[in-house]
Design a protein around this ligand. Structure first.
Ligand code: NAD
Length: 368
């Protein structure tokens, strides 16, 4: 497949004639599973989602190159993988084009997770955060196009914005607030990433799919950047008050990281996902107030629960959503995926991890 209207270097032409190796080898083998011969580049690999994805892919026999600049990621998330056969750690920035070009060329598939994540981070460093989210995705898409590699782009349920059309369907309208309210920056940057990905799919037939994550949580997730569940777990274990913003009646649905990496893997096995967007999350809604109580119960903590006004950004206001719930019919139809771990298991695993039990995940139990 040749791109249109673009001059190509010799290296690029060679890459084009090789086609999309990841998909081609699957087709030839008639087997859609990640094999020992497949090589996946994971950007943001030392982060929360990335480190679990590396674990999962290596367990399937894939070779994994892990790229991260450690902006918010932590070496300790992937330290256990040092020396594992097939694992290659590359400290570096996605915006380093020569490095990115080399790594993409070596890989069969790119899973792009690197980003500035979390509302607190976006509000405290809006310029760097927005530039990171736009520039890294543009770099990955351009390079994947030049090398003709398949690529998955991480997006977020934040793109649904103020929409009240629940549960959220992938093709529904998005409804974002004004640019003067900085909290919309994250949603807008992810929405632009999605549009650019779809533009590459349409204009250049790039094999790219978008993964819209809804509140993913689990062991290793940092409490530093505004994620509510790791913060509650930490506050409860330290005997500090659990701070709930607003009236606590806003709901969220939290998906266990082990289910999320399985979803990414299942989608990566298919060749009919490209040019598409997929919700990945849990349908189990909980109010933030109930979540605080559940964390207290699981930890046996005597911490108080404190209700406090929303933090304010520099423009003087902040906006939150009452509900967030994914419609999972699309991914479920395609790869028969549903989360297998409920909220109780998720909280249990996070508490166990924080208590120093080395992040061992309990086996999936019945959801309830
Ligand atoms: P994370 O902060 O733990 O991981 C992001 C990683 O990207 C970090 O390790 C960071 O160091 C790295 N990074 C940032 N800029 C980089 C750059 N220029 N070059 C190289 N590495 C860079 O966050 P996460 O929760 O693992 O999120 C992963 C992806 O999933 C992100 O794209 C995020 O927007 C998306 N997402 C996550 C959630 C969630 O609930 N965790 C929800 C929606 C979307």
């Amino acid at each position: 497949m040749a791109p249109h209207g673009r001059s190509r270097s010799r290296r690029t032409i060679a890459a084009h004639s090789a086609g999309c190796r990841w998909q081609r080898e699957q087709e030839v083998a008639g087997n859609n599973s990640v094999s020992m011969n497949q090589h996946v580049l994971v950007t943001g690999a030392a982060g929360f989602v990335g480190s679990h994805l590396c674990d999962f892919l290596l367990a399937q026999g894939a070779r994994v190159t892990a790229l991260d600049n450690l902006a918010t990621g932590r070496l300790e998330n992937i330290a256990h993988l040092a020396g594992s056969p097939g694992f290659h750690w590359v400290p570096g920035d996605v915006e380093n084009r020569p490095l990115l070009g080399k790594l993409v060329e070596e890989a069969d598939l790119v899973i792009h997770l690197a980003a500035a994540v979390g509302v607190d981070l976006i509000l405290s460093r809006p310029v760097e955060s927005l530039k990171t989210n736009l520039a890294t995705t543009a770099a990955v898409l351009e390079t994947a196009h030049a090398m003709q590699r398949c690529v998955f782009i991480a997006s977020s349920s934040e793109v649904y914005g103020r929409s009240e059309a629940l549960p959220y369907q992938e093709n529904a309208d998005i409804h974002l607030g004004p640019a003067t309210t900085l909290r919309w920056g994250y949603a807008c940057s992810k929405a632009m990433d999605e549009l650019l990905a779809m533009a590459y799919a349409r204009q250049y037939h790039l094999k790219v799919a978008v993964l819209r994550f809804f509140n993913v949580s689990g062991p290793r997730q940092s409490s530093l950047y505004g994620m509510v569940l790791p913060r509650f777990v930490r506050q409860a274990l330290l005997g500090e008050s659990l701070t709930v913003y607003g009236d606590g009646r806003q709901t969220r649905s939290f998906c266990h990281i082990a289910d999320v990496v399985r979803a990414i893997y299942l989608l990566s096995q298919r060749d009919d996902v490209f040019g598409e967007i997929f919700n990945i999350g849990s349908e189990e809604e909980v109010t933030i107030s109930a979540l605080a109580h559940k964390v207290k119960q699981t930890t046996g903590s005597t911490s108080a629960i404190e209700y406090t006004p929303y933090p304010r950004d520099h423009s003087g206001d902040y906006e939150d959503f009452r509900r967030r719930r994914p419609d999972l019919r699309k991914i479920s139809r395609l790869v028969n995926w549903k989360p297998e771990r409920n909220l109780a298991i998720l909280i249990h695993d996070m508490v166990a991890f924080e208590e120093g039990k080395q992040g061992k995940l309990v086996p999936a139990g019945p959801c309830g």
